[in-house]
Design a protein around this ligand. Structure first.
Ligand code: NAD
Ligand code: UDP
Length: 315
């Protein structure tokens, strides 16, 4: 198979590419390095079956080859990054998605759009099922991400309805693991770096807000299935780990992993920060025959080992 992955220098994209490369597939990656890491691409370039184009997905470029599957992952993803790159985020998910959908239409490819749990906003229904339409502030600070992903989903469905394109929408919930950017402001890298440096853990709000964290290996397996399985045309599927935990509990688990009590610094909750987030993954279980396997503490330990190596400059 020939597979195109946009956002290949990023956290999820680089793991997804590596997974397909190890299976012997021909993989082409695209990235403009706005939030990605050049080291990830250097690692992928060691594979003979990998090709790379440094491109912005918002530019219309004729790609020479035909792809069986196109994964569109290119977009700033963490709150810190999409506040930094507001316009770029909106354009990557709108213009970028349109450009890649056109390519998929021309090639007759399967198209997988990396959407997000953020399409549910600050949800009023728990856990979130795919048929919940969400509770999004259309003009708030997070809207650059939430609304552009919602627009991207809507665009995918136009290509499905009007052109019968085989689009699949993956609503990805919080994912973590090695290769997360140490500075991207997400809670797991923040807490881990703080814990390793013996600094106070920065808890936004009272820490009672919840998230559900999926380990990267589980997410990659789910994304692979989203692309390769048949009969998923037009489907929208939540991908994530349904184990919901409070941020304050996460802080305690990390203290346990580093084996010491840490000071907690309570800071204001960012605007529109969702209070609860947890996927209902019944659909993924049924149609992808998938559910997460990696235990939380096991995944966190691997991630902590990674950040320790980054801080020791061994990576
Ligand atoms: P990331 O920032 O690590 O990777 C995104 C990659 O896209 C980066 O390498 C960046 O340079 C690249 N990129 C951004 N805009 C681009 C453009 N215009 N042209 C070319 N490349 C561009 O983020 P990630 O965590 O790997 O997320 C990947 C995708 O998954 C994103 O679409 C994100 O919205 C989605 N997602 C991630 C999570 C998560 O928890 N990590 C949750 C929900 C959804
Ligand atoms: N958070 C926190 N301390 C931090 C970073 C984040 O308490 O140093 C909280 C944040 O307010 C949110 C949750 O942790 O409630 C998850 O934040 P993250 O940025 O990782 O992802 P989000 O799910 O908000 O996109």
């Amino acid at each position: 198979m020939r597979i195109l992955v946009t956002g290949c220098a990023g956290f999820i994209g680089s793991h997804l590419c590596e997974h397909f490369l190890n299976l012997g597939e021909e993989v082409t990656g695209i990235d403009n390095f706005i939030t990605g890491n050049k080291k990830n691409v250097e690692l992928l370039k060691k594979y003979r079956n990998f090709k790379f184009f440094e491109l912005d997905v918002c530019d219309v470029v004729e790609l020479p080859e035909r792809y069986d599957i196109i994964y569109h992952l290119a977009s700033p993803a963490s709150p810190k990054q999409y506040y930094n790159y507001q316009l770029e985020t909106m354009l990557a998910n709108s213009y970028g998605t349109k450009n890649l959908l056109e390519k998929a239409k021309k090639d007759g490819s399967v198209f997988v759009f990396a959407s997000t749990s953020e399409v549910y906003g600050d949800p009023l229904i728990h856990p979130q099922r795919e048929d919940y339409n969400g509770n999004v502030n259309p003009i708030g600070e997070r809207s650059v991400y939430d609304e552009s992903k919602r627009f991207g989903e809507a665009l995918c469905m136009v290509f499905f309805r009007k052109f019968d394109l085989d689009v699949r929408i993956a609503r990805i919930f919080n994912t973590y693991g090695p290769r997360m950017d140490i500075d991207d402001g997400r809670v797991i890298p923040n807490f881990m770096v703080q814990a390793l440096k013996n600094l106070p853990l920065t808890i936004y709000g009272d820490g009672n807000q919840t998230r559900s964290f999926c380990y990267i290996d589980d997410m990659v397996e789910a994304l692979k299935r989203m692309g390769v399985k048949s009969n998923l045309k037009g489907e929208v599927i939540n991908l994530g780990n349904p184990k919901e935990i409070r941020i304050i509990e996460l802080a305690e688990i990390i203290e346990k992993l580093v084996n010491r009590k840490l000071e907690k610094k309570f800071l204001p909750l960012p605007k529109d920060d969702p209070q609860r987030r947890c996927p209902n993954i019944e659909k993924a279980k049924k149609v992808l025959d998938w559910e997460p396997k990696v235990e939380f503490e096991e995944g966190l330990q691997k991630t902590l080992d990674y950040f320790r190596m980054v801080l020791d400059e061994k990576i």
